[in-house]
Design a protein around this ligand. Structure first.
Ligand SMILES: Cc1cc2nc3c(=O)[nH]c(=O)nc-3n(C[C@H](O)[C@H](O)[C@H](O)COP(=O)(O)OP(=O)(O)OC[C@H]3O[C@@H](n4cnc5c(N)ncnc54)[C@H](O)[C@@H]3O)c2cc1C
Length: 577
């Protein structure tokens, strides 16, 4: 296996990874930095972010201020977010938005040249900055363009990471498969940042790309590192039926309505004061309830699942063309509907994973529930700081990605200037080459894509916006069976060049394993909080469950423990909207 040596290796080139690379390079241009992506860097999932990024750009306007942004976020999180981390998010968001302005992102501006704001769910006032409905595309392009000027950053496109090599609490290296040749490479570095995104692709009906398979979270778990709050999976209310492609929350932020089969704006029965702009967990459950109670809409041409309508007709063609052009294009191409003329069929789709690698407030990956690793950070959706708690507010993720990208980039640069490379790597990396060869050569009879199909069906059916003890027990049984069947897979393509069968199979293993942690965490959490809604325990139970779930791999299986939520200023109260 080829061994490459760097000061810093950053795994993942979405908004978090690229922001980290830019910061580390700016901090010290003498550092050698490897930025690795299993896709072409610009195809990272962040490129599809639509509606915008949150931050208080104009304190005082509409009575907005950082405290209000923080409170909205904490309340939206159903009080599971760590409040010190939330305070950090709101403090640094405005300067990051202005940085991207300088990097060339065409933020929507008024005729006076001021950056405009739009409304988003759970935010008391408009504070989401946007570039039409292609915000992620413009932000990622701006970062990529800037990075190309930094000659100390080597970008490794289409390198699939397979293992995180640790020496106890110290980061050592990452092994990868170069997709173009099939050759394995080990990247040894003094410091590393994992920025590999979330794992909502473990569901079939999801807004996320096929690449959102939680690889970095799985690699951390396999390396014995703790994961946090894995049971919290966000369902976005408006996945377009039947594809689940996202219709951004900005469609409701701009004034779109949700309507049931009787033509009623049903959100008045669930969140009277904010209607369609309640947090996503509440709107998603409201849609599910409407459908369960017989007020869903069905159309066999769009599949078997019922849906509700997102009605944007009253916004008018001009506003839709100006502020939501991609939504119009998607709707016309995918279902032949022009949203200025007809309502769109939508239902909740898996969208974002609040849980991930357990980090401290700086993104430093934890070693146990309370001890920190040396030289390893996580940023973006794969890391659980936690700023989103049990339910993320829309447009807070992009802020989180770039703020913790910057922070971890700085810290990794600082750390690698003061430490040496470990020389333990070579032997450990060879073992990984054997593991991958065994998976590739296995002569079993299970088709990995059948396992993925079953996983998707299981997660969609039994681990959705509402859960029950029985549905979770059923999911547990199926997932355990899928895990054991994975050991008997057969990969059809035995070649070296762009072996997507091998890559997909590794991703399937990652998704099955992380789904098990979602289910196990959910079975244990006997309450309803944010996105985790248990029918038998409909209330939040702060007395017993105001705590983060920690899951860690041991030789005897998954070990669960709990750590307290950091409360700084806002005492938990019942959420009302
Ligand atoms: C359709 C959609 C729209 C959204 N819109 C918004 C929005 O408007 N505002 C908002 O705040 N949030 C939004 N979100 C959420 C937000 O886009 C994501 O949370 C965020 O972009 C995640 O960025 P990231 O940098 O953490 O990871 P990603 O952008 O997911 O990037 C992950 C990177 O890791 C790499 N990687 C993964 N596994 C491996 C591996 N094994 N080896 C090597 N590389 C690997 C990938 O190639 C990629 O480069 C949206 C989500 C969806 C699904």
């Amino acid at each position: 296996m080829e061994l490459l040596k760097y000061d810093i290796v950053i795994l993942g080139s979405g908004l978090a990874g690229m922001r980290a690379a830019l910061q580390a390079s700016m901090a010290n241009e003498k550092l050698s930095i490897a930025l690795i992506s299993k896709l072409h860097a610009m195809r990272s999932h962040s490129v599809s972010a639509e509606g915008g990024i949150s931050g208080v750009l104009y304190p005082g306007r509409n009575n907005d201020n950082e405290d209000l942004h923080a409170y909205d976020t904490v309340k939206g999180s159903d009080f599971l977010a760590d409040q010190d981390a939330v305070e950090m998010l709101v403090k640094h968001a405005p300067s990051e938005i202005r940085l991207f302005d300088r990097l060339g992102v065409p933020w929507k501006r008024s005729s006076k040249g001021e950056i405009e704001l739009r409304a988003f769910g759970g935010m008391s006032v408009p504070r989401t900055v946007f570039a039409a409905d292609k915000t992620g595309f413009f932000m990622l392009n701006a970062l990529y363009d800037s990075l190309l000027e930094h000659k100390n950053v080597d970008i490794f496109h289409e390198h699939m990471a397979t293992k995180l090599i640790m020496d106890h609490d110290r980061f050592n290296a990452i092994t990868t498969i170069d997709m173009a040749t099939g050759e394995m490479k080990a990247f040894a570095a003094k410091a590393s940042i994992i920025a590999t995104g979330g794992f909502a692709r473990s569901y079939g009906f999801t807004t996320t790309s096929y690449s959102s398979t939680g690889d970095g979270i799985y690699l951390a778990y396999e390396a014995g590192l703790p994961l946090k709050d894995m049971e919290f999976v966000q369902f976005h209310p408006t996945g377009l039926v039947p594809s689940a492609i996202l219709i951004t929350e900005a469609a409701r932020g701009e004034g779109g309505y949700l309507v049931n089969s009787k033509g009623e704006r049903f959100m008045k029965n669930y969140a009277k004061s904010v209607m369609e702009l309640a947090p996503r967990d509440i709107v998603s459950r409201s849609i599910v309830t409407e459908i369960e109670q017989g007020r869903g809409i069905s159309d066999k041409r769009l599949g078997d699942s019922e849906f509700v309508y997102l009605d944007m007709r009253h916004l008018g063609e001009d506003k839709i063309n100006e502020r939501l052009p991609m939504i119009k294009e998607i709707s016309m191409k995918m279902v032949g509907i022009d949203p200025s003329k007809d309502p769109l069929p939508v239902r909740p789709a898996a969208h974002f994973t609040m849980g991930g690698i357990h980090t401290d407030i700086t993104g430093n990956v934890m070693y146990g529930a309370k001890k920190k690793t040396m030289g390893l950070w996580a940023a973006g959706e794969c890391g659980c700081v936690s700023v989103h708690g049990a339910n993320r507010l829309g447009s807070n993720s992009l802020s989180q990605c770039v703020i913790w990208g910057k922070l971890t980039g700085n810290l990794a640069a600082n750390f690698s200037s003061r430490h040496q490379l470990s020389d333990e790597i070579a032997g450990l990396a060879e073992n990984e080459e054997d593991r991958i060869s065994k998976i590739l050569d296995a002569k079993g009879n299970e088709n990995p894509y059948d396992l993925r199909k079953e996983l998707w069906h299981t997660m969609d059916t039994y681990v959705g916006a509402y859960r029950t003890t029985k549905s979770l027990a059923k999911a547990r049984k199926i997932i355990r069976n899928l895990k054991s069947r994975f050991s008997r897979i057969r990969i059809a393509d035995k070649g070296m060049v762009y072996n997507t069968n091998l890559r997909d199979s590794l991703e399937i293993l990652h998704m099955i394993s992380l789904s098990e942690l979602v289910v196990e965490g959910a079975i244990r959490r006997k309450e309803s909080r944010g996105a985790h809604a248990m029918r038998e325990y409909p209330k939040r139970n702060d007395k017993q469950w105001l705590k983060h779930t920690i899951a860690q791999k041991t030789s005897r299986g998954i070990k669960f423990s709990y750590v307290p939520v950091k409360i700084t200023r806002w005492k938990p109260v019942e959420r009302h909207y």
